[in-house]
Design a protein around this ligand. Structure first.
Ligand code: CXF
Ligand code: ZN
Length: 374
C-alpha cells in the first residue's frame, strides 16, 4: 500500500510560461489533515489551463502542475475526513464547498468563502505549501493539479460520485460543459421560444447552444471568427452563424436586425471584455440578459448605462451556478440516465504522455475536449 507514504509518479510539469510540458517523475506527499490524495484516471484540458500557463506575469508561480477538469479514485485521506475513503470515485472540482459558510448556506450562489477558486494559489490552504516536489524542489499547484498521476486537494473540492459512471466521460463535468449547461438552466432560466446569441463556440459555448436548443430556444445565433465553427455549431443547434471578421457591419448591429431589436439572452463564452460589451449591445431592451461565462482575469467591461435603465442586465456565473458537492453527483446521475450528454464534446482521446499534442490542438481551436488517459 501507498497510504502514508510519498508517491513517486509521472506528472506533466510546466517549467515556464508557454513552456513545453515535461512528463517526469514527481514526488507527491501524503494528504495532510482534511486533504485527499487522488489517483487521477482521466483529465481533459480547459482554456483556463492555457490562460494561466501562457501568462508571463505569473512566471513566479512556475514550475507548475496544471489541470483541473478530471476524474479519479481516492488513494488515501488525511486526518479528520469521514465521508471519503480509498476507492471512492471522485471528481475534483476547481471551486469548493465547505457546507458551513454564508455562501454555502445560500441557495443563491455556489461561491464558498473558505474554499473558493484559488487559481493564483500555489500551495495548500493550511500551510501554503505544495504537496508536489521534484527531488526536493517544490512544484506549484494549480486548482486540482490533475495533470499528474496523483494529486492532493482539500476535502471541500472533492465530490464523490456514483462508481457506475465512466470516468473517461464524466471527467468533463468538472468544468466547461457544466458551466455552459448551468448558465442556461440555472442562470438564464429561459422560456421556450427565446432568442439567443452565443459568443464563442468552444466547449462552453457549444454546451450553451445545445442546452438552449433543449430548452426550446427559437433562434440560436452562434458568433465566432473561426469559419469551421459554422458547421460544428450547426451540429449542436445553432440556427445562424456570424463571423464578425467577414461581416460588413458590427456583429451586434447584425444581431439586432436579425432579431428585430436584439436577443433575449446573449452568452459570452470567450473571456474578452470587448466581446462582453458586444454581447450586451446585442440584447433586447426591456429584458435582454447578458450572461458572462468567459474568464478575463481582472479586466473591466464598459457598457452604456442607458441600456441598464432600459431594463437590460448583465450577470456572471462560475461553474454554471452549481454547488460541487450538492449538485454534481446529481449531474452524474443525469448522465447515467442519458438526460445529459458529454460525449459530443470529446473530440480526442490521448495517452497522458501526449499532453503537448493535446495543448496544441486546444490552442489552435482544432479540438473541443481532449481526454487524457492515465
Ligand atoms: C476558472 C474560473 C476562473 C479562475 C480559474 C478557473 N474556471 C475554470 O476554468
Ligand atoms: Zn476550466
Amino acid at each position: 500500500t501507498t497510504i502514508g507514504k510519498v508517491i513517486t509518479c509521472k506528472a506533466a510539469v510546466a517549467w515556464e510560461p508557454k513552456g513545453e510540458f515535461v512528463v517526469q517523475d514527481v514526488q507527491v506527499e501524503p494528504p495532510h489533515a482534511m486533504e485527499v490524495r487522488i489517483k487521477v484516471t482521466h483529465s481533459s484540458l480547459c482554456r483556463s489551463d492555457v490562460f494561466f500557463w501562457a501568462n508571463e506575469s505569473l512566471a513566479h508561480t512556475f514550475p507548475r502542475i496544471f489541470g483541473h477538469e478530471a476524474a479519479g479514485i481516492v488513494e488515501s485521506v488525511g486526518e479528520g475526513i469521514t465521508d471519503l475513503r480509498p476507492g471512492d470515485h471522485v471528481l475534483p472540482i476547481f471551486t469548493g464547498e465547505c457546507r458551513e459558510c454564508k455562501y454555502c448556506a445560500s441557495p443563491k450562489t455556489n461561491l464558498c468563502s473558505k474554499f473558493g477558486v484559488a487559481s493564483l494559489e500555489t500551495g495548500m490552504k493550511s500551510d501554503g505549501k505544495s504537496r508536489f516536489s521534484v527531488q526536493g524542489k517544490p512544484i506549484s499547484r494549480f486548482l486540482g493539479s490533475t495533470f499528474s498521476e496523483y494529486t492532493v486537494v482539500e476535502y471541500a473540492y472533492v465530490v464523490k460520485i456514483n462508481p457506475a459512471a465512466p470516468l473517461d466521460k464524466v471527467c468533463l463535468l468538472g468544468c466547461g460543459v457544466t458551466a455552459g449547461i448551468g448558465a442556461v438552466r440555472k442562470i438564464a432560466q429561459m422560456e421556450a421560444g427565446a432568442t439567443v446569441a452565443v459568443f464563442g463556440l468552444g466547449t462552453v459555448g457549444l454546451a450553451v447552444v445545445k442546452e438552449a436548443k433543449l430548452q426550446g430556444a427559437s433562434r440560436i445565433i452562434g458568433v465566432d471568427n473561426k469559419a469551421s465553427k459554422a458547421d460544428e455549431g450547426k451540429r449542436f443547434g445553432i440556427t445562424d452563424f456570424l463571423n464578425p471578421d467577414t461581416l460588413n457591419k458590427p456583429v451586434d448591429e447584425e444581431i439586432r436586425e436579425l432579431t428585430e431589436g436584439g436577443v433575449d439572452f446573449a452568452f459570452e463564452c470567450v473571456g474578452n471584455p470587448n466581446v462582453m460589451a458586444t454581447a450586451f449591445e446585442s440584447c433586447q431592451d426591456g429584458w435582454g440578459t447578458t450572461i458572462v461565462i468567459g474568464v478575463a482575469g481582472r479586466a473591466t467591461v464598459t457598457i452604456p448605462t442607458r441600456y441598464l435603465l432600459s431594463g437590460r442586465c448583465m450577470k456572471g456565473t462560475l461553474y454554471g451556478g452549481y454547488k460541487p458537492k450538492t449538485d454534481v453527483p446529481e449531474l452524474v446521475e443525469q448522465y447515467l440516465r442519458k438526460d445529459l450528454d458529454v460525449e459530443e464534446f470529446i473530440t480526442h482521446n490521448l495517452p497522458f504522455t501526449r499532453i503537448n499534442e493535446a495543448f496544441k490542438l486546444l490552442l489552435a481551436g482544432d479540438s473541443l475536449r481532449t481526454v487524457l488517459h492515465f
